[in-house]
Design a protein around this ligand. Structure first.
Ligand code: NAP
Length: 484
């Protein structure tokens, strides 16, 4: 151990992944770590998304760090503010904020002489031996390209920029989009608004989800016996891996048939045949990210709710004009139009070995080796890189596995076994060829458009089982790396 180095590490982003990386680096004895966070508080997506009805659609017992079991979730799927509170509590318990630089947006990272030189919006931050990029996947709001959008005279905002003081009570509200976000908002607000118009471009499959409260006695039992929490976590993980996660990648046809059946039966809640037809997708269940809801179909059938499918012609000061010529007069227009999931790390300028620019490299194809590393970008590790498992998994579980993989390489840097580690070009090629070969088996490639797809039409998710992901993340295959 005489060659051990004191590594200086930068983490980009103080969301759930960056926080976890800081905790685990400290646990590994690496203490010179700084998180650069562009916002003024932690929590990432759970800080940014505070729309009414926001709820995790992964069971809460599976949505937690392995090192921070939580007996306090109020519901089977926890409301967003509870998750943010959980993250804040973990941060406080680990005194994370002493190593977080808020208001520091990373503008550039340049590799030279074995180190990454980082510049943030606050200036030159110096050199780092390794970088963990944890800047989030669903981070950049996507605004719709609709004529007249800025002419709307009422209140208009994207769901990820929900104003703290917004009130929808008694108003005429329009929501554009029918993804997970819009679905959750619909159930949450329909009873308080005067009129609710949901502008649907594409119908969605919805899996029924009864989000029951977790009774206080149950929580008390979890507090008294944390092993129960662990058992529940294991049970949910095994169930998810064997059924849903295997079904969507074509590895469990029986589970897939069951998913389809549940969704079709769920649709039977819609009584009006015309409305049911409008709400019936023309693509396979799970092709777009499957939505979970226990109240959407009930909500959209309320007398003050309307599903608008005529297509938006333009936005006018008074509201939304649809292609049939009708003006839908509105007081509030909500853009539930999702995120640009392929702007990972954008607009940061990342320049690797020999002046190689990441944006130019990814312009051709957004590829990484095993979703974590990139040739010519040595000692740069990603959590949530291209082809990460971004389906309906617990992101916290995925992120910990990716970090565990990166840590093994970082420890080689620390222990003097390497100064520079980057995957070989052949390894990247072989991995991405395998991704492309497997993707047609998945339901995501079965003929719909979704945020999983990049602009080249490539699906940027993990096309194999979650078990394979876990196995691949156990230890790097060093033969696939250039180690200097
Ligand atoms: P999304 O799934 O990408 O949905 C965006 C919606 O906006 C789609 O219905 C899309 O229609 C529509 N849209 C976009 N541009 C449009 C335009 N110009 N005109 C009309 N409609 C337009 O976004 P999201 O609902 O925010 O969800 C994104 C992801 O966030 C989810 O899939 C999920 O991974 C995550 N999420 C998770 C939770 C959770 O509980 N864990 C909750 C919310 C979100 P098309 O389908 O026709 O493109």
């Amino acid at each position: 151990m005489s060659d051990t180095r004191n590594l200086k590490i930068a983490i980009i982003g103080a969301g759930a992944s960056g926080m976890m990386a800081l905790i685990k680096l400290r646990d590994a004895g690496i203490s010179d770590v700084t998180i650069f966070e562009k916002a003024d508080s932690l929590g990432g997506t759970w800080r940014d998304n505070r729309y009414p009805g926001i709820t995790c659609d992964v069971p809460s017992m599976a949505y937690r760090y392995s090192f921070a079991p939580n007996a306090e979730w109020s519901h089977v799927c926890a409301p967003g503010p509870e998750i943010l509170d959980y993250l804040k509590r973990v941060a406080a318990e680990h005194d994370l904020e002493r190593d977080i630089r808020y208001g520091h947006e990373v503008l550039s990272a340049d590799y030279a002489d074995g180190q990454w030189h980082i510049t943030t919006s606050k200036g030159d931050e110096g050199r780092f031996d390794a970088v963990l990029a944890a800047a989030g996947v669903l981070h950049h709001p996507a605004y719709p390209d609709i004529e007249g959008l800025d002419s709307f005279a009422g209140e208009m905002f994207h769901t990820a920029r929900w104003p703290h003081d917004a009130s929808l009570k008694g108003k005429r509200v329009g929501v554009i989009g029918t993804g997970s976000t819009a679905t959750q908002i619909t159930g949450a607000v329909v009873d308080e608004v005067a009129h609710y118009a949901l502008f649907q471009r594409t119908a969605q499959w919805i899996l029924p989800l009864a989000n029951d409260p977790i009774p206080e006695e149950q929580r008390e039992a979890y507090r008294a016996n944390p092993a129960l929490l662990e058992e529940e976590y294991e049970r949910l993980s095994l169930e998810q891996t064997a059924t849903f996660a295997a079904a969507v990648v074509g590895e469990n046809p029986r589970a897939y048939a069951a998913l389809e059946r549940y969704c079709r039966e769920h649709l039977e809640l819609v009584k009006d045949p015309a409305l049911k037809t409008k709400l019936t997708p023309d693509y396979k269940v799970g092709c777009k990210r499957l939505i979970m809801s226990g109240n959407f179909y009930q909500a959209i059938q309320k007398p003050n709710a309307e599903l608008v499918t005529d297509g938006i012609e333009r936005i006018e000061p008074e509201g939304v004009r649809t292609k049939d010529g009708r003006l839908h007069a509105l007081d509030v227009l909500v853009l539930a139009t999702g995120f640009d999931a392929h702007k990972i790390m954008s607009p940061m300028q990342v320049t690797g070995r020999n002046g190689k620019r990441l944006d130019a490299t990814w312009e051709v194809a957004q590829e990484a080796y095993l979703a974590v590393t990139i040739p010519d970008f040595p000692n740069w590790f990603m959590i949530g890189g291209p082809n990460s498992p971004v389906g309906n998994f617990s992101w916290l579980q995925t992120a910990e596995l990716q970090f565990g993989y990166a840590l093994k390489l970082i420890e080689m840097l620390r222990d003097g076994q390497a100064r520079e580690i980057a995957p070989k070009q052949e390894a990247l090629r072989a991995f991405n060829d395998a991704v492309r070969a497997k993707m047609p088996d998945t339901v995501w490639a079965s003929g719909c458009r979704s945020w999983y797809m990049d602009k080249h039409g490539h699906v940027a998710s993990w096309p194999w089982t979650f078990d394979k992901f876990k196995a691949d993340m156990q230890a790097p295959v060093l033969a696939d790396y250039e180690i200097a």
